[in-house]
Design a protein around this ligand. Structure first.
Ligand code: ACO
Length: 324
């Protein structure tokens, strides 16, 4: 018995912001952004919040999987940009689709969020607690970047992606691992909220550390090291070689990170599915958005072996080998 992906879906804002558009806001250029990141454009919210994209994705999943919302048992949304502190995006999705019997909650593991959420859903299904789940990564990163900081604002985009999974007798998730390295959490932070209250002298208001703060070079090093080791381990534990793998769907942060991973693992770059040129880095939405595109384009067939892999703040990583 495995957990199997039955349907995928995604939703992005209509508004497209090109590198030239960003060059009107901060001192940068299409050439710099393209060469250093591989990103050409990203979709940026015109005001819709994260729940909008999560809900649109959930509706597509229900339609494509042809399931009754009343039969959904579990909803997990991964996000660092929820609409509220509470309720969770999961509960907002539950209400919008009418999944009244489901249990719903959110997970935060930054750009590895979808991998963590899928791993948790898999455990609930493997242990027989639930038999199906909607798993979504959803973000509006445009609301948490400092639009005067060119070192970060050029990198991100908004959107959501997800999968409907269920218990199956066929092959699905074969091997997976998630991991954390909290000792270096300072290299990528966001959302710091100072403790201000009526009984101390702390000033309230938005702290500069509320925005995305990143040591790009350290994140680059962490990403390449952790993803290479993780893919290697998962393939070894599953007893497969790169020849068995049709596609690797990596977190869409930076094309140069994928270049390094491809070189180190000696896996041809063509096997890495990339769409960061059109969507930028959408954090927890990036892997499911790319997987959905791969699926919608008909580039994968049932029986193909695929690796999903992500890394992100925490620092965290997650890799999963699945049979499509
Ligand atoms: N436009 C023009 N110039 C810029 C820009 C910009 N947008 N941003 C930085 N620069 C300048 C810098 O000021 C610096 O100038 P200097 O040499 O005069 O000091 C120069 O470009 C080089 O800056 P670096 O930071 O060294 O550039 P680097 O080649 O490391 O690229 C980047 C930066 C793209 C962030 C890279 O470090 C990276 O990709 N790191 C990985 C982190 C990542 O992908 N994060 C994504 C979010 S986190 C996540 O997904 C988990």
């Amino acid at each position: 018995m495995t957990t199997r992906i039955i349907a995928t879906g995604a939703s992005v804002p209509e508004q497209i912001i090109t590198n030239d558009d960003i060059a009107k806001v901060v001192e940068t250029s299409d050439e710099w952004i393209t060469q250093r990141t591989g990103i050409k454009q990203r979709h940026i919210s015109a005001g819709e919040n994260t729940s909008h994209f999560a809900i649109e994705t959930a509706k597509k999943l229900i339609e494509r999987a042809n399931v009754n919302p009343e039969d959904i048992e579990l909803i997990i949304v991964a996000s660092v940009t929820p609409d509220y502190g509470t309720p969770s995006l999961g509960c907002m999705v539950q209400k919008a689709i009418g999944a009244s019997k489901a249990v719903a909650f959110d997970i935060t593991a930054a750009c590895s969020g979808f991998m963590f959420a899928l791993s948790v859903a898999d455990k609930y299904i493997q242990t027989g607690v639930y038999s199906n789940a909607i798993v979504i990564g959803a973000e509006t990163l445009s609301k948490i970047v400092d639009w005067s900081d060119r070192t970060t604002c050029v990198l991100f985009g908004d959107g959501a992606g997800g999968a409907y999974v269920e218990k199956s007798e066929k092959e699905g998730i074969i091997k997976e691992e998630i991991g954390s390295k909290g000792e270096i959490y300072e290299i990528l932070t966001q959302g710091y909220t100072p403790c201000a209250n009526a009984f101390n002298d702390n000033e309230s208001g938005v702290d500069p550390l509320w925005y995305v703060n990143m040591n790009g070079r350290e994140v680059f090093k962490f990403a390449t090291k952790s993803v290479v080791k993780s893919i290697d381990r998962v393939m070894e534990n599953a007893g497969v070689t790169q020849e068995d793998i049709k596609y690797i769907v990596p977190h869409q942060a930076n094309i140069r990170i994928v270049d390094v991973i491809s070189n180190k693992l000696k896996i041809p770059k063509e096997k890495f599915y990339m769409n960061m040129d059109r969507f930028g880095n959408t954090s927890s939405a990036s892997v499911p958005m790319a997987l959905n595109e791969l699926n919608e384009k008909g580039l994968i067939e049932r029986g193909d072996k695929i690796i999903l892999t992500g890394f992100g703040g925490g620092m965290t990583w997650g890799t999963m080998l699945i049979t499509w």
